[in-house]
Design a protein around this ligand. Sequence first.
Ligand code: ADP
Ligand code: F6P
Length: 467
Amino acid sequence: MSRLLVVSNRLPVTVSAAQGDAIVTPSMGGLSTGLRGPFERSQGLWIGWPGDLSKLDDAARASAMKELQALRTLPVELTADELRQYYEEFANGVLWPVFHYLLDRIPVHSGGWEMYRRVNAKFAAAVAAQYRPGDTIWVHDYQLLLLPGMLREQLPDARIGFFLHIPFPASEVFRMLPWREDVLRGLLGADLIGFHTPSYARNFASAVVRLLGHEPVVDELNVAGRKVRFRAFPMGIDTETFTAKVQPSDEVYRPRPGEHLLLGVDRLDYTKGIRRRLSAVERVLLRRPDLRGKLRMLQIAVPSREKVVAYQDYRRRVEEMVGAINGRCSSLIDAPIHYMYRGFPQEQLIELYRAASVMLVTPTRDGMNLVAKEFAAARTDGDGVLVLSEFAGAAEEMPEALQVNPFDVDGMAQAIEQAIDMSEGERRNRMAGLRARVLRFDVHRWAEDFLAALDDAELGTPSEPTP
Ligand code: ADP
Ligand code: F6P
């Protein structure tokens, strides 16, 4: 029977050690939370890194392996050195800032390329060992850009799809990467390459023309006699989860009467625009004394990539800012910024989405941003306002949000005031438009559309270029 082999750096569950035992918990981040549902419906196998197993004794390790197998996941274990160079230094130290246009974050000595290549080869070997003729291979994200090309060499007839979960930058920026041609050739090993938005797909096409000289015909490239297609497939969310009733948790947030709750929910990542967002909230507090004591900002930041220095610095700067704003704007009975550095179970996140008056999603750049869609889906009451960065991929599909330029702090402050002052009628109208689209184009439809397009691929025969 043919199967779906999903391949991503991180498995949808992460194994950790606690007092000698192995604990298996859901992984955080858009790729894992999004793809989990479609994977559960498939007959597939998910291949990826399970977390650090080195601290487990033999018994704990055996029990973790059993659990991973029961979840249809196949671990690719990485050594401390591999993780440091491939994941921290290269994928998150170099590719992440380049693809998010944060060029001042690229280190002068950008190391890790050689190890990035070796770890991609390690994934290729793990996938090839599992592959049976007829299987479909679906590779995900920027940690594995070379994998489609490596798999193509080993499995010339395989059906291979690739999806990028982060932006593909303008070719002017992409071409700053010293390894730009290798990266493109790696991607072109796939039969179908998916992006969140049409503009990322256009950026990719222009990089391929400029750096490799392959001219696309509409959304198709002829790569040495092989057909490679590329297209936008905007990712959705598992709407059933976010529209469901949830059991009230022990730790429920109850806004006080007359309180406006502003909510931010992000991985603690410097692309998420948390500092500028906080600064905008402070401006509102300074400009609108009538809102003092009535406005509360709850910022939830889930720990992420804690070994990467840029993330450690960013965390420190966010926390200093929370302290500084509270120092300036608190009263004896109230502090306006409520900040928590931890993950939350999904049910509790849903409760928070439902309690918020205004959701602030203001990344300086984001491939899609599923939090914006989760908020809209969760608002079964039809109320609530979404303030959304125009630089999030989700903005293209969410015109009813109050869209802001996250670099314009004053403009964001004005949008927050507009959201707070908005009439109920306007809030409901906007939310109805947002919800209709989010509920219609959910993650199952996204996965089905991508896999159907991959299945349709007539492998091997490119169309003639138009004269
Ligand atoms: P990214 O892929 O960059 O992490 P997304 O917004 O696309 O960004 O996805 C983030 C995912 O992580 C969402 O599914 C969201 O629910 C989840 N998430 C974010 N913050 C937290 C948190 N503090 N606790 C639990 N889950 C979180
Ligand atoms: O969306 C980008 C991404 O890297 C995904 O691959 C992943 O789901 C998420 O961010 C979390 O990142 P990490 O796996 O590095 O914790």
